[in-house]
Design a protein around this ligand. Structure first.
Ligand SMILES: Cc1ncc(COP(=O)(O)O)c(C=O)c1O
Length: 523
C-alpha cells in the first residue's frame, strides 16, 4: 500500500539529527539544538517510572511537521539575532504556520468588542461600544451560568451559540440545520480528534483506517498515529490543480483493505496544504465513492471563507450530499469549521464547531458522553465562534466597519495568493498551482542531483535539506513537503500567504535570490 504513515513522517526527523534509542532504560535525545536531555530524573540517579521503553509507542511515532525541527531552529535563530549574532538577514519570517495574527493581521473590531464586553461586563455601560455588540454580549452572558464566561458550559457548547451556528449553516447552504447536531469545540482540531476517536474499533479483526489526502494537514497523520489507526493515503491529482480522481480513491481503498478496515474518508476543502477548491462535480464523485465504500465522511471545511480564484465557489459536503437526494442524503457526515481561519484568524482563542448529520442516535449519545468528560470547550472560543456565525447585519451600527474590515482582509489574501503562485512560477525548477483558496501555496520543486546527493550526505530528506538551507541563509521558515506527504520522488514545500503584502514581496524576492544561488551551487 502506498501510504504516508506516521513512520514515514518520523523518518523525516531521523534525518535531521534526532537520535532515539528505544527499548533501553537510558535514552538520549540529541536534538538539533545540541542540548542533551537528562537520562535520569532531575540528576537524582533514579530511573524514571515513565521512560522511552514504556512510553506509549503511538506518542513516539506521531509527528507534527508544522511545528517540527525547522520551527525549533527558527526560534533559536530569532534568539541568536536578539543576542546580536550576525546573519545574512535581520529577522525570521515564519511562513510555516497558518497563524494570521502572528503575521500581522489585525483583529476585527466587532469580534474583539463582543469579547471585551463578555469578559468585562462593566464595559456594557461604556458608550464607546456600539449597541449591537452590547446586545450580542448580553445574550451570550445570559447563556453562561452565573452570567460569567468564567463558568463551565454544557459540553456541546452554549445552546444559543449552537442555535446561531445552525442558522448560519442554513443561510450558507439553504438547507435546514438542527442545532442539536452542532457541537462547539476548542478549535476544529478538538472536534476532528473527538470524531476520529469514535472510529477506533477493529472490524472483522482488522484495525480501523481513515482515508486522508496526501499531502494532508498533519493533524490527521498525527492523530491517527496517536490513536493507533491506519492512515490510508490517497493522492489528489497535482496536474488537475489537486482535484480528486475516483480511480485513485479506488486504488487507495482497495490496497488498504488488505491490511485494515477503511472506515472514513477525510477531505480538506479548500485544501491545506494544496490550496485547491473542489468543484461541485468532484464533491459529488467523492460522495458517491464514500457511499459505495460505506465510509463516514469527514469534511474539513475550515477554509470555507477563503476562496480567491475566479470561477471557484465553496460547496459544503452537507449541501451537495443533501441535494443529491436518496440514498446520499442519509450518509453520515461530520463537517468542521473554525474561527482560526477565514478573515477572522482568531487561532489563539480556540473556537470551532462540528455539525454531525445522520449519526445513529445511540452513537450520538456515546459521542456526547465522551466529550462530556472534557467538560466544555473554552468559553471565549465559543463566544468568538458566535461572532463569526452571527455577524452584524445591514442596518446595525457595527455593520459598515465589520464589512470594511472583513473585505479588506479577504481582498488582501486574494492578492497575496496570486502574488505567491506567480513568484514561484517565475523561478527555475518550480511549478505552483493556482492558490484557489485556503492560506497556502504548495509548489513543486525540481532539485538538482548534486543537491539530492548533498542532502543524503547530510542525512536529510532533500526537501528538508532545502528548507534548512533556506532558513539559515534567508531567515524564511517554510515546511518541507515530506511533512505533509507527497508522491514518492517529488519534492514540494508549503508556504503560507500570510506575511503582510510588503513583507511577502520582500520574502519572495529573497527566496528567488536564494533559489538562484542554490541552483548555481548544486548544478
Ligand atoms: C485543514 C485544517 N483543519 C483543521 C485545522 C485546525 O484548526 P483549529 O485552529 O480550529 O484547531 C487547521 C489548522 O491549520 C487546518 O489547516
Amino acid at each position: 500500500m502506498r501510504r504516508c504513515s506516521a513512520t514515514a513522517a518520523y523518518s523525516v526527523f531521523r534525518h535531521v539529527g534526532r537520535v532515539e534509542v528505544c527499548g533501553r532504560r537510558e535514552f538520549r535525545l540529541s536534538t538539533i539544538r545540541n542540548k542533551s536531555v537528562p537520562e535520569t530524573m532531575a540528576g537524582s540517579g533514579a530511573s524514571p517510572c515513565l521512560a522511552m521503553d514504556n512510553l506509549n509507542p503511538n506518542i513516539k511515532v506521531m509527528e507534527y511537521a508544522v511545528r517540527g525541527p525547522l520551527v525549533t531552529r527558527a526560534g533559536e535563530i530569532e534568539k541568536e539575532l536578539e543576542q546580536g549574532v550576525k546573519k545574512p538577514f535581520t529577522e525570521v519570517i515564519k511562513a510555516n504556520i497558518g497563524d494570521c495574527h502572528a503575521m500581522g493581521q489585525v483583529p476585527l473590531t466587532f469580534i474583539r468588542q463582543v469579547l471585551a464586553l463578555v469578559t468585562y461586563p462593566k464595559l456594557l455601560d461604556d458608550p464607546q461600544f456600539p449597541d449591537d455588540t452590547k446586545e450580542r454580549a448580553r445574550t451570550l452572558l445570559k447563556g453562561c451560568r452565573g452570567g460569567s464566561v468564567g463558568s463551565y458550559t454544557d459540553s456541546p457548547g452554549i445552546e444559543v451559540i449552537r442555535k446561531h451556528v445552525a442558522q448560519y449553516i442554513e443561510r450558507r447552504d439553504g438547507i435546514p440545520s438542527d442545532w442539536q447536531n452542532v457541537v462547539i469545540s476548542a478549535g476544529a482540531s478538538d472536534a476532528i480528534k473527538n470524531i476520529l476517536k469514535l472510529l477506533i474499533c477493529p472490524v472483522d479483526g482488522k484495525p480501523p483506517g481513515v482515508m486522508t489526502p496526501i499531502p494532508q494537514y498533519p493533524l490527521y497523520s498525527a492523530t491517527l498515529a496517536e490513536f493507533g489507526m491506519h492512515q490510508i493515503g490517497y493522492y489528489p491529482n497535482e496536474s488537475r490543480n489537486w482535484g480528486l480522481d475516483v480511480a485513485e480513491l479506488e486504488r487507495s481503498v482497495s490496497e488498504a483493505r488488505k491490511v485494515c478496515a477503511p472506515r472514513a474518508i477525510a477531505v480538506i476543502n479548500p485544501g491545506n496544504p494544496t490550496g485547491q477548491v473542489l468543484s461541485r462535480d468532484n464533491i459529488e464523485e467523492i460522495i458517491r465513492f464514500a457511499h459505495k465504500e460505506k465510509l463516514f465522511v469527514l469534511a474539513d471545511e475550515v477554509y470555507q471563507d477563503n476562496i480567491y480564484a475566479d470561477g471557484c465557489k465553496f460547496f459544503s459536503f452537507k449541501k451537495v450530499l443533501t441535494e443529491m437526494g436518496p440514498p446520499y442524503r442519509d450518509m453520515e457526515l461530520a463537517s468542521f469549521m473554525s474561527c482560526s481561519k477565514g478573515y477572522m484568524g482568531e487561532c489563539g482563542l480556540r473556537g470551532g464547531y462540528v455539525e454531525v448529520i445522520n449519526m445513529c442516535p445511540k452513537v450520538k449519545a456515546m459521542y456526547l458522553k465522551a466529550i462530556s468528560a472534557m467538560l466544555c470547550p473554552t468559553v471565549l472560543g465559543q463566544v468568538c465562534m458566535d461572532t463569526v456565525v452571527n455577524p452584524p447585519t445591514k442596518g446595525e451600527p457595527s455593520y459598515e466597519l465589520y464589512m470594511k474590515e472583513k473585505t479588506a482582509v479577504l481582498d488582501s489574501l486574494k492578492a497575496r495568493a496570486k502574488m505567491v503562485a506567480d513568484a514561484f512560477n517565475s523561478m527555475e525548477g518550480f511549478s505552483c498551482n493556482t492558490v484557489q483558496g485556503a492560506m497556502y501555496a504548495f509548489p513543486r520543486i525540481t532539485l538538482p542531483p548534486k543537491a539530492v546527493a548533498a542532502a543524503e550526505k547530510a542525512g536529510k530528506v532533500p526537501d528538508v535539506f532545502y528548507a534548512f538551507e533556506l532558513l539559515e541563509n534567508t531567515g524564511i521558515c517554510i515546511v518541507p513537503g515530506s511533512g505533509f506527504g507527497q508522491q514518492p520522488g517529488t519534492y514540494h514545500f508549503r508556504t503560507t500567504i500570510l506575511p503582510q503584502p510588503d513583507k511577502l514581496k520582500a520574502m519572495l524576492q529573497k527566496f528567488a535570490q536564494f533559489h538562484k544561488d542554490f541552483i548555481k551551487k548544486y548544478s
